[in-house]
Design a protein around this ligand. Structure first.
Ligand SMILES: Nc1ncnc2c1ncn2[C@@H]1O[C@H](COP(=O)(O)OP(=O)(O)OP(=O)(O)O)[C@@H](O)[C@H]1O
Ligand SMILES: [Mg+2]
Length: 250
């Protein structure tokens, strides 16, 4: 499989602190790639650099074989980013939120109306289309956040902790949608510190700590880095062995 996204020596420093350290990642087309790491590992900074929201101190991002910086407009059209911080507007109705974000990609008229309803249906909010986002529960806001980022049918979807602090029903709903998008052809990067979610939906997992990828592979490959029989260990224990940290304590 060809790489859809490559980072080359991607680095971010804030003052003297290196928060993303010389990252060379290759995401293959069609995979659900999990980026797993504790708070402060550098996951969001990495995603923000990939999407062009944070300027790298050093390094480059190549997406669909092209330099991201030089082809930003064209490449953004193929990228859907669901940020960790909600990016919806409370004083707009659900449909207006999707309209706002989807129209940024130059989509208009009948196509836009169709996409608005399809996106809201996709996240289970079509019956709430005329309600203001500020009246939504946490899980509904997360789902609306997703609807705003998928309407333009991007080739790569980046989810940054989309299930934090929401009810189990919304969480399962979101995980199912991610799997479905992948089955329909989208490549997915999924950032989380929920081990069981990453294990359930990701085809390959990178463990990140202190700005570095310290291990990468399938769940089974990661387990085999620590023990010879992968059935005797959980991913959580692998993480603890490799980093000396417990994900859940953080
Ligand atoms: N704008 C900023 N200025 C200074 N330091 C920052 C800035 N943004 C992030 N950092 C620092 O960079 C480090 C990595 O932060 P980042 O948000 O990428 O981590 P994360 O892995 O996404 O964590 P979390 O799981 O909490 O979302 C942290 O130590 C954070 O304090
Ligand atoms: Mg983060």
């Amino acid at each position: 499989m060809a790489a859809i996204l490559k980072t080359k020596d991607l680095t971010k420093k804030y003052g003297n602190k290196i928060v993303v350290d010389n990252l060379n990642l290759e995401i293959e087309e069609g995979e659900v790639f999990g980026l797993l790491g504790p708070n402060g590992a550098g996951k969001s900074t990495t995603m923000n650099m990939i999407c062009g929201i944070v300027k790298p101190t050093l390094g480059e991002v190549e997406f669909l074989g092209k330099d991201f910086k030089k082809n930003r407009k064209e490449l953004c059209r193929q990228l859907g980013y669901i940020p960790q911080q909600l990016a919806i507007h409370g004083n707009l109705k659900a449909w207006e939120n999707v309209e706002l974000f989807t129209s940024l990609y130059g989509i208009k008229g009948k196509e836009l109306s169709k996409i608005i309803d399809e996106s809201l249906e996709y996240v289970g909010l079509l019956d709430k289309r005329n309600e203001y986002a500020k009246t939504f529960s946490g899980g509904m806001k997360r789902r609306l956040n997703i609807a705003c980022a998928i309407g333009h049918d991007p080739k790569l979807l980046i989810f940054d902790e989309p299930t934090v602090g929401i009810d189990p029903q919304s969480r399962n709903f979101i995980l199912e949608r991610i799997k479905e998008s992948n089955e329909k052809g989208a490549t997915v990067i999924y950032t989380s510190h929920y081990m069981e979610e990453v294990e359930a939906i990701c085809t390959r997992i990178a463990i990140m700590d202190n700005g570095k990828i310290i291990a990468i592979g399938t769940s089974e490959e990661l387990k085999k880095m620590v023990v010879s029989d992968p059935s005797t260990i959980t991913l959580e224990e692998v993480f603890l062995t490799l980093t000396g940290k417990k994900l859940r304590d953080i």
